[in-house]
Design a protein around this ligand. Structure first.
Ligand code: NAD
Length: 494
């Protein structure tokens, strides 16, 4: 998304610092100064190169990065910082962005040269930095050859394909030579949009769009029979904690029942690899949603343990992805747009964050590790304080938190925790060949017994009360420790 500058006519000039006094800095300076309609004034360059600092280049002073101080910014009435530098590490850039945003500056970035229009940089192409720049994530290094080989000439099925994770896996598959990609989702309209996007952007004819409910065994069997997928990415799920807290039957029917059907069919139809997308909320779960995903993991592990099949079952577990459907970031963005307040559950609530492409790249990488039966946990970096995230988003939008836009604390909702964990107290992790993926050393489970209890729960589901459903979940997951006052099972400290 490009940032469109409002033209400034009778108002004072916007005072800009350019980060980078090299070749790109001069191009940006020329472009900024060339159109007086935008009313920009370049007040200085900032550069790390000591030999340039203190000198004037083209009549403009080069400062050291220490110019990013309250005193300097106020004295020189600086409004904006524009990055005009090619080689800056992601860590360094995000730390400069954080500093500038905290100083109340608008921060803009120059697009890569290959994105310039007909080889020319135009002012409206400068882009306002966003939260992903602020969080500063290093790009993921993928073992492309392994993935390429693993996907080559295969038929891939993605369940939940119209969702945030499923659709991004589909987009990433466009760079590999799969035979065919089967996109399964029950949500017809999002599926329709995905179909249009894949056709328009990728001109890709390998996709088959199939509206289907993963809990409908007959329909799913029809699909497995017709397309015979080699690899299944299972991302279909109900994921909203507060909704599932009030509707535990649906969490069990869709998440657990769906996983039970898709794992069984994968074995029956000789799927080579089954990759389940799980979540950090399944670890020491405090919510129905988290506990239901833990049961999905148990289903996958139990079926993996059963003999007599060649399907490799893999579980990938990670925390929140930035900007996924219904996640906190798009909600905050909407609240800021409508003037606030921004609602945060608790001042001390922390969450892990990853971008959707990052998470899906790691899903692909993890899918081609190991022998099956593993749980892979992604390194999400540091947990982020949600209150700080809200403040950063308000500042990035050019407002002052609690002055222009209020932050309101509304209390943790039933089922929510202050912190998420990526492994249970009983699980340890060991490294893999990929620095961002660790393997959880999972506890052995009695797969036969687990599947028997889960099947009984699924069969009896709609004759049970909410309380009976969560009690049966608790029986299967001793470490499930509800924070929902409506559910009072006899919990031991775990
Ligand atoms: N979004 C995150 O931050 C995040 C982080 C970690 C793990 N995950 C996990 O990834 C999975 C997908 O999450 P998402 O963010 O893409 O959610 P999403 O809601 O965007 O996508 C889920 C998709 O599953 C589909 N679906 C639901 N029930 C179905 C059914 N019965 N049959 C067929 N399709 C069905 C929905 O229509 C939706 O398109 C979830 O299991 C979630 O727990 C998500």
């Amino acid at each position: 998304m490009f940032f469109l500058f409002a033209t400034r006519t009778n108002i004072s000039k916007k005072r800009v610092l350019l980060y980078g006094a090299g070749e790109l800095g001069f191009v940006v300076k020329r472009v900024i100064m060339s159109d007086p309609r935008y009313g920009f004034h370049v007040s200085g360059f900032i550069d790390d190169d000591k030999s340039k600092q203190g000198k004037k280049i083209n009549g403009i002073v080069v400062y050291s990065p220490s110019a990013l101080s309250t005193e300097f910014i106020e004295k020189n009435r600086i409004d904006s910082l524009v990055f005009a530098i090619k080689s800056l590490s992601i860590d360094k850039k995000s730390s400069i962005i954080r500093k500038a945003v905290n100083l109340g500056l608008e921060v803009l970035d120059t697009p890569e040269v290959d994105k310039w229009v007909s080889g020319q940089l135009r002012l409206p192409q400068l882009r306002r930095v966003d939260l992903e720049d602020l969080l500063g994530r290093d790009p993921i290094k993928l073992n492309i050859n392994l993935i390429k080989e693993g996907l080559s000439d295969k038929t891939i099925m993605i369940t939940g394909a119209a969702g945030s994770i499923g659709s991004e896996i589909a987009r990433q598959l466009t760079s590999f030579h799969c035979e065919r990609v089967i996109l399964v989702d029950q949500a017809e309209t999002p599926l329709f949009f995905l179909q249009n996007e894949l056709k328009e952007k990728f001109l890709d004819i390998r996709f088959r769009i199939l509206p289907a409910d993963v809990t409908n065994k007959a329909r799913m069997e029809q699909i497995f029979k017709e397309y015979r997928p080699h690899i299944v990415f299972h991302a279909a799920a109900y994921k909203h904690v507060s909704l599932m807290e009030e509707n535990p039957h649906e969490a069990i029917r869709v998440n657990v029942g769906g996983t039970r059907i898709v794992t069984d069919l994968s074995v029956s139809y000789g799927v080579e690899k089954f990759v389940m997308i799980s979540t950090d909320k399944s670890v020491n779960p405090s919510s129905v949603m988290g506990a239901s995903k833990r049961l999905c993991e148990n289903v996958v592990q139990s079926v993996a343990q059963e003999g007599g099949h060649n399907t490799q079952f893999i579980i990938t577990r990670f925390g929140n992805v930035i900007g996924s459907n219904g996640s906190v970031i798009p909600i905050f963005a909407r609240q800021i747009e409508s003037g606030g307040p921004v609602t945060v559950t608790h001042p001390e609530v922390y969450r892990y964050f990853m971008t959707i492409p990052e998470a899906c790249q790691l899903v692909l990488e993890a899918g081609f590790m190991g022998q099956g039966g593993e749980i892979y946990v992604f390194d999400m970096g540091q947990q982020v304080k949600i209150a700080d995230l809200a403040k950063a988003m308000i500042k990035l939008s050019g407002f002052i938190p609690d002055k222009d836009i209020r932050i309101e604390y509304i209390g943790l909702r039933p089922g929510e925790k202050l912190y998420e964990e990526l492994v249970t107290d009983h699980e340890k992790t060991i490294p893999t060949h990929h620095e961002k993926i660790r393997k959880a050393l999972v506890e052995e489970i009695d797969g036969e017994l687990v599947l028997e209890k889960i099947d009984t729960l699924l069969t009896d589901l709609y004759s049970l009360s909410n309380m009976e459903v969560v009690n049966l979940m608790k029986d299967l997951i001793p470490e499930y420790h509800t924070t929902n006052g409506n559910f009072k099972f006899n919990q031991k400290a775990v």
